[in-house]
Write a protein that binds this ligand. Structure first.
Ligand code: SF4
Length: 340
């Protein structure tokens, strides 16, 4: 492994400390290839696993499966176990479905794991009573694309501001995220390093988009170097794995979901009818899936049924399955089906 380099990273006026100077390095990990690549790159640079914390925001919370891939939690637990890393889950109580169906209510509390216990952060005093009953907009704006803000960014920021281990004055925290400029024209303009919004005079919090200039091929290359199995979504031909039912899914991706998990697809279509509001502003989910094709699903591959079982089960994947890189059918298909 490479030694930690004493280099500094500058972006406009902001500069990161040398990596070894941070007290803790938090990686926001979705289970997708880019955030996993960030962790592997830290390990490759010789960062001690004890210094790294993996934080994952569960979009569905703990009550029911609705939007997420069933295997994501399992994949992350095994990944953390394989590399000796500490993993903490965080979520908004009730998850995506509760927030979507919110009627004359404030948003549910934020929950996070700490030392084997679950801590709840209630909605603040100024929390507004509101009715949602609208899918997030397929837009770059986090105001209207409420899933990213309410279920991921707000959750992470509130935990960062209330985590008992992160309150010590003078603490230096690095938050690593996996956006890449290649993915979209909006991301192409992102800064690589910046002070995080929870940075204060009391403690330093820097954000580093560590793989921002990596190509997708470089991302898969680090999986190969570590001989690591990608998240099963990629094996099934999906180019992203954040939410199985992501609002940005293309017609092909909806058709693929309907093919491999018809009951999951039907539940989303049912909610569209129930709230009289469609995810796409022109087509129902059924109409959109009808326009899609299944050519990306590796139906003829001898391991297809095993991969599907891994993807759609909460506990089928085993630790030994993670040791073995497979070039996935979802690789090198661009960023279609992703947020702007
Ligand atoms: S993956 Fe898609 S549906 Fe899930 S939180 Fe992100 S934008 Fe929303």
């Amino acid at each position: 492994m490479q030694a930690v380099q004493a280099e500094r990273f500058e972006d406009k006026e902001h500069e990161l400390l040398t990596l070894s100077e941070y007290d803790v390095i938090i990686v926001q990990i979705s289970g997708g290839k880019d955030s996993v690549a960030c962790v592997l790159h830290l390990l490759e640079r010789g960062i001690s696993p004890e210094k790294i914390r993996l934080w994952h925001q569960e979009v569905d919370g703990r009550d029911r499966q609705f939007m997420d891939w069933p295997c994501t939690r399992r994949y992350l637990e095994l990944f953390a176990q394989k590399f000796g890393l500490k993993l903490e889950f965080q979520w908004r109580k009730g998850g995506f479905l509760s927030e979507l169906m919110k009627t004359n209510a404030v948003s549910a509390p934020i929950m996070f794991e700490h030392n084997g216990a679950v801590v709840a952060l209630a909605a603040g005093q100024g929390a507004k009573v509101a009715t949602r009953r609208r899918w997030p907009a397929m837009s770059a704006s986090l105001q209207t694309r409420w899933c990213s803000s309410s279920l991921k960014i707000d959750v992470s920021t509130r935990v960062l501001n209330n985590h008992p281990e992160l309150a010590r004055p003078g603490l230096e925290i690095l938050l690593v995220t996996g956006e890449r400029r290649e993915e979209s024209s909006a991301r192409a303009k992102y800064d690589e390093v910046l002070p995080h919004k929870s940075n204060s005079q009391r403690r330093r919090v820097d954000q580093w988009r560590m793989v921002i200039d990596w190509t997708e091929r470089e991302v898969w290359a680090i999986f190969e170097r570590f001989n690591l199995l990608p998240h099963p979504a990629y094996l099934l031909g999906f180019s992203r794995c954040s939410c199985f039912g992501c609002i940005f899914n293309t017609a092909d991706l909806w058709a693929m979901m309907r093919e491999i998990a018809p009951e999951r697809f039907a539940r989303l279509a049912y909610i569209e009818r129930k709230i009289q509001f469609t995810i796409d502003n022109k087509l129902t989910l059924e109409e959109k899936a009808n326009k899609g094709r299944l050519h990306r699903l590796p139906l003829d591959h001898p391991d297809f049924e095993k991969w599907k079982h891994w993807a759609l089960s909460e506990d089928a994947l085993q630790l030994e399955d993670l040791s073995g890189f497979v070039w996935p059918a979802g690789a090198m298909r661009g960023a279609d089906g992703g947020s702007p």
